[in-house]
Design a protein around this ligand. Structure first.
Ligand SMILES: Nc1ncnc2c1ncn2[C@@H]1O[C@H](COP(=O)(O)OP(=O)(O)OP(=O)(O)O)[C@@H](O)[C@H]1O
Ligand SMILES: N[C@@H](CC(=O)O)C(=O)O
Ligand SMILES: [Mg+2]
Ligand SMILES: [Mg+2]
Length: 591
């Protein structure tokens, strides 16, 4: 090895010792004839001093530039008092250089690494190998590595076998579009990249492996958000002969251990909340329980009012009218309310009604609001009592299709929580349970809320009779308003699986064609089984406090699902296309 220590390992206990460091020149400063080089490696930065007395070494140091790769030998010594840098791991010491070797030169980097400079993300991604040299980026990837090793240790200790599953496979429905790979040897046919290893892990249970895990790459062509990538990593698990409580318990312990080991955070209870309650109280299936605000239904007080905006949804079975009280925010300026009105507009809300509660004792006179004139005083009082409004509060209202009210007020609740700094704790983990099996599309057809292999809580006959209201044996782990993972008890009965396919409108022929291997497997002794998959990138994002999933992935894709560094996806030459039996449609001629 060329080095004796990492820069970040040096400390006062090494005083007087000779060390050899290898790394990059982070910063070079000239101070009255003395040259200081900050040398950086993965573990940190060390200050190396070149005095003019060692003329040869001094002259070499004079010629190095930022990001040169160097090897330095010298003696550790304590910094003079006043020069100690408490923000640096090696801040108590410096290295008095006796030798310097330039291992490689470097052009001036496209952006500076020494301070928090404003660099566009596109540039950072283009030169990711330089961006990742920045200590804060290295820290995130180091934490990611500690997270995966903690998880692997836990799963290994608990009898989970790490098994790899194919990347070139068939469609695995998880609700996104597939990434397709053309086959050369089967002209006109395509592989799909897995959206998850779902069916393979189920087949491993049929094969008797009992407990499986994999840190698995998944591919989904879907709308990207701050917490979504087209290619991401799951901590994927499956077990046999366990029910939902067992699976939630074993995975909850894994997450508890992880947070304790890596962040020294101890979680309290994980509440279990039915989906219907989460939607009713928080307008979301992944509520952020750090925020002490709740939606309250008030439609029953508004069915007869002479105000269509409220009475319409109040009388519609698919409508919802809900109130959101914000304690002590009654002095919120008009401008801020206008901002929030625009904000809920992004979620489809046509407006944002509100009541400022100035002085309840004065009745309607004590309320400031564009809508109170439409609502009888008795109903107003019932509403304000129900939400617990007191003087100084503001109450917002959403009235629309239930889905719009949930999305809009759910998002407003989170926004208010952050804007008004209402967060009651740092971490709020929970389980959401009792999801419906299906959701209804506009054309009346049904889509599986989890995936079509999820077991319902009822018999095939009951499911067929009332699919819209059937509940599933699915569960999601939610942390701070982010879905960390989700899973379910699977269907292990062939008849039940066929019933679900049928309800989803998948014909027998299509079932055989797409899922014949699964239906076969269910004939040959499939055990009761179930599992769960966590999004590793999301977990790391929360644990590092990063604000985008791209910050915790070494080489992420952009919002438009491209890699600006390698320029992928790229064109291929016509020979390769011919071999794949693919002809590109002619580009429309530009006039
Ligand atoms: N595109 C993605 N990018 C990053 N992580 C993802 C993505 N899709 C899913 N995950 C992670 O994988 C886990 C299990 O996948 P699942 O199919 O339940 O996701 P999902 O419910 O579609 O997620 P969401 O709707 O929140 O994107 C999710 O809880 C999430 O943590
Ligand atoms: N494979 C599922 C998770 C699970 O149910 O295990 C998914 O990615 O959604
Ligand atoms: Mg999804
Ligand atoms: Mg999910």
């Amino acid at each position: 090895m060329m080095r004796s220590h990492y820069c970040g390992q040096l400390n006062a206990s090494l005083d007087g010792q000779e060390v050899t460091l290898c790394g990059w020149v982070h910063r070079r400063r000239d101070h009255g004839g003395v040259i200081f080089l900050d040398i950086r490696d993965r573990e940190g930065i060390a200050q190396v001093v070149f005095a003019p007395e060692h003329e040869d070494v001094f002259n070499k140091a004079d010629r190095v530039r930022s990001e040169y790769v160097v090897k330095v030998t010298g003696t550790v010594r304590l910094r003079p008092e006043g020069a100690v840098n408490p923000n640096m791991a090696s801040g108590e010491i410096e290295v008095d250089a006796s030798a310097l070797e330039v291992l490689n030169q470097a052009d001036t980097p496209p952006f500076p690494l020494d301070e928090h400079s404003e660099v566009g993300e596109e540039t950072r991604l283009r030169y990711r190998f330089i961006d990742l040299r920045r200590p804060e980026m290295a820290e995130k990837l180091k934490l990611r590595s500690r997270i995966t090793s903690s998880i692997r240790r836990y799963l290994d200790d608990n009898g989970f076998l790490d098994v790899e599953t194919p990347i070139l496979t068939r469609a695995t429905p998880e609700g996104a579009r597939d990434y397709l790979v053309p086959s050369r040897t089967h002209a006109g046919s395509f592989f799909a990249l897995p959206q998850s290893p779902q069916l393979f892990k189920q087949l491993l249970m049929v094969a008797g492996f009992d407990r499986y895990y994999q840190i698995a790459k998944c591919f989904r062509d879907e709308d990207l958000r701050a917490d979504r990538q087209p290619e991401f990593t799951q901590i994927d698990m499956e077990t046999s002969f366990m029910d939902e409580d067992d699976i939630m318990a074993i995975t909850e312990t894994m997450v508890r251990n992880l947070f304790k080991e890596v962040l020294n955070v101890e979680f309290g209870e994980f509440p279990h909340m039915p989906y219907s309650e989460a939607m009713r109280r928080f307008g979301s299936d992944k509520p952020d329980l750090r925020i002490p605000l709740e939606l309250v239904d008030v439609a029953d007080q508004l069915t007869d009012v002479d105000f269509k905006v409220f009475s319409g949804p109040a009388n519609d079975v698919k409508g919802r009218v809900a109130a959101l009280r914000v304690p002590g925010a009654g002095s919120m300026p008009r401008k801020q309310i206008d901002d929030y009105t625009k904000f809920v507009g992004n979620y489809g809300a046509k407006g944002l009604a509100y009541i400022k509660v100035n002085e309840r004792a004065l009745g309607v006179e004590g309320l400031q609001s564009p809508i109170v004139k439409f609502i009888p005083e008795a109903n107003l009082n019932t509403i304000l009592d129900r939400v617990g409004a007191v003087d100084g509060d503001i109450v917002f209202f959403g009235a629309d299709k239930a889905s719009v009210v949930n999305d809009a007020l759910g998002a407003l609740r989170i926004r208010l929580g952050h804007d008004l700094e209402l967060l009651t704790c740092q971490w709020a983990p929970m389980w959401v349970v009792d999801f419906p099996m299906f959701e209804e599309n506009d054309d009346g057809s049904l889509t599986a809320i989890h995936h079509p292999f999820t077991s319902p809580k009822c018999s095939p006959e009951e499911l067929k009779a009332a699919p819209q209201t059937a509940l599933s044996r699915a569960y999601d782990m939610v942390l701070n308003g982010t879905e960390l993972g989700g899973g379910s008890i699977r269907i292990h009965d062939r008849k039940m699986q066929q019933t679900v396919f049928e309800i989803l409108g998948i014909s027998e022929e299509e079932q055989r064609e797409k899922f014949g291997f699964l239906l076969d497997a269910l004939k040959y002794g499939a055990p009761p089984h179930g599992g769960l998959a966590f999004g590793l990138d999301r977990l790391v994002m929360l644990m590092t406090g990063a604000n985008s999933i791209r910050e915790v992935i070494a080489f992420p894709k952009t919002q438009s699902a491209a890699c600006v560094m390698t320029q992928a996806p790229g064109e291929v030459d016509s020979k390769a296309l011919r071999e794949l039996h693919i002809r590109l449609r002619e580009q429309a001629k530009v006039e």
